[in-house]
Design a protein around this ligand. Sequence first.
Ligand code: WTA
Length: 683
Amino acid sequence: MSSSKQKGTKAPKKSPAHKKVSAKQKKSSLKEKSSETAITSMLHESRVFNPPKALAKNALIGSEQQYKKMWNESVKNPDKFWGKQAKENLEWIKPFKKVLNWKPPYAKWFEDGKLNVSVNCLDRHCRSERRNKAALIWEGEPGDSRVLTYNDLLREVSKCANALRALGVKAGNRVAIYMPMIPEITIAMLACTRIGAMHTVIFGGFSSEALADRCNDSQSSVIITADGGYRKGSSVPLKKNVDMALEKTTSVKNVIVVKRTGENVSMKQNRDHWWHDLVNPQSGICEPYAADSEHPLFLLYTSGSTGKPKGILHTTGGYLLGATVSYKYVFDLKETDTYWCTADAGWVTGHSYIVYGPLSNGATTVMYEGAPNYPDWGRIWSIIEKHHVSILYTAPTAIRACIRAGNEWPKKYNLKSLRLLGSVGEPINPEAWIWYQEVIGEKRCPIVDTWWQTETGGMMITPIPGAIPQIPGSATRPFFGIDAEIVDKNGKPVPQGAGGFLVIKKPWPSMLRTIWGDDERFKAAYWSQVPGVYFTGDGARQDKKGNFWIMGRIDDVLNVSGHRLSTMEIESALVSYDIVAEAAVVGRPDDLKGEGIVCFVTLKSGTKPSPEIKEKLSKHVVGQIGALARPDEIRFADALPKTRSGKIMRRLLRDIAAGKQSTQDTTTLEDFSVLASLRQDED
Ligand code: WTA
């Protein structure tokens, strides 16, 4: 396909905010010379969407100039910038005098200050006109719902905190949380912070094995769970999994169980306690623990590409500041907003942007228990209509699933309450971005494509919606205080426009402090590739306006005839073909080229795979990117293997593409049947 316009994309012609792109500009080209150390970027996107005027007028940051001024100040004098932000946005029990103590790779932020996270998220709002504002609007999968005001939430958190104290939990102890998405998960997290205990939330979809590993690594003394949780109409047996995990752990002395589904569970005397028996009778008043700013706040396990999961450690003051300030500016928060993040609280997105960021800002946060397609693909849109959601924060994988399900679902609902959209978790393919903007945002809502990681605690590269023009596929500019650069493998900055490794040159408040119990791994994973700077593990390039284009994990880069190609760009080219729903591209060993390009493609519902479609897709990729990116093989699949947080597991696909039996760790795989069917489909 030689057309300069990506098929299936109708750039909004009449939108004044949208600059039309000439065919010449749009045509992708192999611009940069590849080298051993850099990544060749081939896909060039030039559709630009300026901030809507009305939004910019009332925004916290309303112009690019204002953003630039603030950003420049923030990186020139981080102590001054963060000191001011910490005073303005957080409430301190003991004010800090020192902002940063930096002995690479160890940072201490506000180290002589004391504060309590739950006081910042609850008590201070309960002292204001927000006390009866909805803090949490919860929607259960079967259709039940609950609303907790700030006052309600403070009372319930205090009760739970008192219950933990009654079980002997002390500041610094670890509490594992393995729960469905119900209000008690937020209550449990905040209750830990109230007494200075650390929580480690383990995603409710994980197996008993994964739960046992994490309890052992963190030496948790308590697990908070539920009898079960609803997912796609059936129940996930959480308590049963806990019982199995406890056969492999010795540290856990007490288990608190919320009754959610009412299914039969066994309760072991003196170890297992029903939430309603233990928590409900407690006092609704609980003295908060005055935590040092560097007091450990939580552990969150993230799977490395090899080896055992890493317990990422975040601490109190810096983390809370990062979550609070990024939430406020990136979502340009208004007092009347109803905000919904569709992530699970078991991921960092749920920590920072369902719980801590929104509540610290006194916002109203929506939480949904179940599957996005239960009872049908209209569920997300029905929740938006029902609660008049104004900000939606979701992931590209969810967006692509909705595209696949068809436009008729969102069209059935009134989405007029939406004013801002967000994306996180993966590079968003430009075509998915355009769909999100047109079909969900109805061309009215800016999109903030936010790049960050479990390790960074909060958003790092993202448009500020009233200030920065958005470009589909680009996370655009660094957040305040974030000094990002693209370098080659020797740590040297690459020429402007060239692909390379994304690093962060200065410490920031919500950065990870270490890997739990493994300082050496912390240094090796993040601080040794390029000495003195934080290594993200992602590839990226920066355009001449300073916009960052994230190209995915470095492990996913292909080496084709000496060119290092980003799999993400080839995937985006495939997804831009209008019958393609999703694509994953991996390399397989090739004697001639080094690596051959294998594409796994799922088609939109109603389209049947055929050799003609393969041929067309292949031509389309060549037309979009260049002959170098011509697929060696295209395979159709009903679904792609994904982690439970929705990221495509390319390392599994690499084995399938190479015809190997996989020896990879599959504990984080969402659906095992997907792998089996991919193998069966081998020609
Ligand atoms: C990827 C999720 C491109 C990236 C908050 C990163 C993204 C990893 C984006 C972290 C984005 C996340 N554009 N890529 N907007 N957001 N990623 O730890 O590869 O689950 O390193 O944190 O997801 O995933 P994690």
